[in-house]
Design a protein around this ligand. Structure first.
Ligand code: LLP
Length: 410
């Protein structure tokens, strides 16, 4: 048996696949913690009061969010289950941020009762609804932010851009000013104390984050004049990662400088809390998805490797045409080869493909093990049971040891 080279956190991928089966997500928890710590450090060096509220939607594996909570991470959640999970892993309620463009009354009630640190509203009606619900629930002092739509077009995949003025996200800045002038003083139980902006995901452009910071500071100045004091500035998430190895990622230092750094340089309130909802950049490179080759065959002139993971297990390539490196993890014949493959899954959908024309450096055979890299963000969290397939398992590796993760199920 040749190959068998890939290891995650010091543990052989082949061994893990044998023990736990495939498809299998393998997450290096130490790497998650390392990424979080360098992001938190970069932000803290620019502003005294920062909260990195990890975006649970990017990875909701309980052990992952728990390990982040232990390091002091807050939580950005968008569902009742998210509020519950953040509490269960020990995030204190004031460090929980509740987002979402279309929250139901039940979701708002859960956020209010959970006394989350901030509910970021995406319409003026939502703020009025929160105020009324607080009255019904007997809660006062509920902290509300406005997610503002500044009309910033983020350079990213169109499916990941959220900041343009016609997108469904946020409230136009003029409407925020009008509300704070006319309606905010009449709120009985809720108070507008936050501003929030998230212009998109997988963004690698400093200028966008700098512009966002500038807009937030400027709007807060304007709101102060109409009697609304802003104590929390939320820059959303969105920092891109380098999936292709082209070196195009911004990195935490560049990101921190563009956001918190710009905030400070513009004379933003030193006592304000700055919140960052990073998800992808914290977890993406912590995880690989292992998948076994079921069949190798020719389709016309195209060589295919058909694997046992499908788009239900990992949907990013099918949904966004996202590129993920695929490498051999354990192969029977590791003799160097220039063969290239289209790599597809078992689901009867033409887009159930993880990569096309991939040169893996080896000739593949039935039973070989491949690894799809950088699968830690929006991998397991977007997995589904489509085709009545089971959800993929996740194994956690830390300090050279491995164990099966709890499965997050609703
Ligand atoms: N905050 C808000 C309001 C968001 O909508 C998101 C992501 C984040 C924070 C976290 O963004 P991040 O730092 O992870 O980029 N499924 C897609 C990504 C969708 C992002 C949705 N919102 C993907 O697989 O690329």
């Amino acid at each position: 048996m040749g190959g068998g080279t890939l290891s995650v956190g010091g543990v052989s991928a082949g061994e893990l696949a044998e023990k736990y089966g495939t498809p299998l997500y393998v997450t290096d928890l130490d790497r998650v913690q390392e990424r979080y710590s360098s992001a938190a450090r970069a932000l803290a060096s620019r502003h005294g009061r920062c909260l990195l509220a990890f975006a649970y939607k990017s990875n909701s594996t309980p052990e992952v969010v728990e390990s982040l909570a232990r390091l002091g991470a807050g939580a950005t959640v968008v569902s009742v289950a998210g509020v519950e999970l953040s509490g269960a892993v020990g995030v204190s309620h004031e460090n929980v941020v509740f987002d979402g463009p279309s929250k139901s009354k039940a979701e708002l009630a859960a956020a209010i009762k959970g006394k989350v640190g901030m509910i970021n509203a995406e319409s003026t009606q939502e703020v009025l609804d929160i105020d009324a619900l607080c009255g019904t629930l007997g809660v006062s002092g509920c902290r509300v932010g406005f997610r503002v739509n500044f009309g910033i077009a983020a350079p990213t995949h169109p499916g990941l851009a959220t900041g343009s003025s016609t997108h469904k996200f946020g409230v136009p800045r003029e409407e925020v000013v009008r509300f704070c002038t006319e309606a905010a003083p009449r709120l009985k139980h809720a108070m507008v104390v936050g501003l929030h902006s998230h212009v998109g995901s997988q963004v690698a452009d400093t200028e966008v984050f700098r512009q966002e910071a500038e807009e937030l500071v400027r709007l807060a100045d304007e709101l102060r004049k109409v009697g609304t004091g802003i104590g929390e500035f939320n820059f959303g998430g969105g920092l891109g990662v380098d999936y292709t190895g082209s070196g195009g990622a911004l990195g935490f230092e560049g990101y921190a400088d563009a956001t918190a750094g710009t905030f400070s340089r513009l004379g933003g309130d030193r006592d304000a809390r700055l919140v960052f909802e990073l998800g992808r950049s914290i977890v993406a490179d912590s995880t690989v998805m292992l998948t076994k080759v079921n069949y190798v065959k020719m389709a016309g002139t195209t060589p295919w490797a058909l694997v046992d993971a499908g788009m239900n297990d990992f949907i990013r390539p099918a949904l966004y045409g996202a590129y993920h490196d695929i490498v051999p993890a354990r192969v029977a014949d590791s003799t160097e080869s220039g063969a290239s493959y289209d790599i597809g899954g078992p689901v009867c959908e033409t887009t159930d493909v993880f990569g096309s024309g991939r040169k893996l450096g080896v000739k593949l055979a039935q039973g070989d093990l491949l690894a799809v890299l950088d699968a830690g963000a929006y991998g397991t969290s977007m997995a589904s049971t489509y085709n009545m397939r089971p959800l993929p398992a996740t194994v956690l590796v830390t300090k050279g040891r491995h164990r099966l993760a709890r499965q997050f199920r609703l």
